[in-house]
Design a protein around this ligand. Structure first.
Ligand SMILES: Cc1ncc(COP(=O)(O)O)c(C=O)c1O
Length: 383
């Protein structure tokens, strides 16, 4: 068909970028795209049904992270949740401005609004990481100031999969009454996430990372936490986030959250076994180094540097052979910048430029892994 984009990808190994929508979420969304199209904030029957579906989804998302339903606010995704956590806390502390700490390995959805807050007069400081990409709670304790208002440290890093000691950091911040945010976009559905065990006040989620739809997410806001609305307008989400609710998206997120929660331990075991096989194969390649492998990691992400290679060329060749993987480089102003995560971990520019991110999903199979390893070997032999 003219104009049709062919999907040449046979084996999708970039599940940290996004995941395929699960069939149950798709089926649950469909009635809210057509029949039950009502505005969830209107008073008549078609809308009351939409409102009931949103409330059901709020409970499903809350259950995934051990929160109360009224602590969940739906957003347009992880980026909005992260931006809001920073900007909303800053607004709530506007008079005193104050000091904000964010880890050096955060997603740009945290780093960029942190820069905005610096421009607006907040004292923004970066928390360094060790060679495995981990933040030390003692390092945070050392950096705290009497005017620290907010700390943001992600639960699982999206490039290397490394887990941060969120519960320990949360405990030390709670004693001092400092607001603590974690970006759990890569953790939810992959690891057990409990807002109470993690001692967090704010937590970001994104549905499309756990087989829900794109363009919908949530921010957990603990009851009583000082936080201002950022997106203003109507009184949706109890005045905390204005805008007509994305009912089909929210319904899909709820179902995906319920399934991810139910299948958590079986998925963890499966993804761990796939990753073990993948890493055994990668380690046998010349000059291979798995980044962050000495730290605890989520089961779905492997980041490998292949000495002397250029990641973008490897990824391009693998794409031609039918494999989708990510690289550790980001296209900034037309140039490929080495990953800020790998450079913060002390990896050289060349090692950072030689890194591939392979991220697994529950739809991947053992033969996907074996075929991928064969393809990498072929590409390396040609180079
Ligand atoms: C750790 C992390 N935070 C935030 C985001 C942004 O989420 P979204 O794509 O829903 O805006 C991503 C997406 O890659 C991510 O991996």
């Amino acid at each position: 068909m003219p104009g049709e984009i062919q999907n040449r990808t046979q084996v999708y190994l970039d599940n940290a970028a996004t995941t395929p929508l699960c069939a149950a979420a798709q089926a649950a969304m469909e009635p809210y795209l057509v029949g039950t199209f009502g505005n969830a904030s209107s008073p008549y029957a078609v809308s009351r049904n939409a409102r009931a579906a949103v409330d059901r989804a709020r409970g499903q998302v809350a259950a995934l992270i051990g929160a109360q339903p009224d602590e969940i606010v739906f957003t347009s995704g992880g980026t909005e949740s992260d931006n809001w956590a920073l900007l909303g806390t800053a607004l709530a502390n506007w008079e005193r401005r104050g000091h904000i700490l964010v880890s050096a390995v955060e997603h740009h959805a945290i780093l960029e609004p942190a820069e905005t807050l610096r421009d607006l007069g907040f004292e923004v400081e970066s928390i360094g990481v060790d060679e495995n990409g981990q933040v030390a709670p003692e390092a945070i304790e050392h950096l705290l100031r009497p005017n620290t208002i907010l700390v943001s440290v992600m639960a699982v890093n999206n490039e290397v999969g490394v887990c941060q000691p969120v519960a320990e950091i949360g405990a030390l911040l709670r004693e001092r009454g400092i607001t603590f945010h974690t970006d759990a976009v890569q953790a939810a559905g992959k690891l057990s996430v409990s807002v109470n065990e993690l001692n967090v006040d704010l937590l970001s989620l994104s549905a499309h990372k756990f087989q829900g739809p794109k363009g919908v997410g949530a921010l957990f806001i603990r009851r009583g936490v000082k936080m201002r609305a950022w997106q203003r307008g109507g009184a949706q989400e109890r005045g905390r986030r204005a805008g007509t609710e994305n009912v089909p998206g929210i319904v899909g997120m709820g179902v995906a959250a319920e399934i991810a929660h139910r299948n958590l331990s079986q998925n963890q075991t499966y993804l761990n076994s796939l990753r073990e096989r993948l890493e055994q194969g990668l380690k046998s390649l010349p000059g291979a180094c798995i980044n962050g492998s000495s730290a605890p990691r989520a089961p779905h992400i492997t980041n490998v540097s292949l000495a002397g290679q250029r990641a973008e060329s490897l990824a391009l060749n693998l794409d031609l052979m039918g494999f989708a993987v990510g690289t550790g480089s980001a296209c900034a102003s037309g140039a490929l910048e080495p990953s800020h995560v790998l450079t913060a971990m002390g990896r050289s520019q060349s090692a950072a430029r030689a890194s591939l991110r392979v991220s697994l999903g529950v739809q991947n199979t053992v033969s996907d892994i074996d075929n991928f390893l064969d393809a990498v070997k072929q590409v390396l032999q040609r180079n």
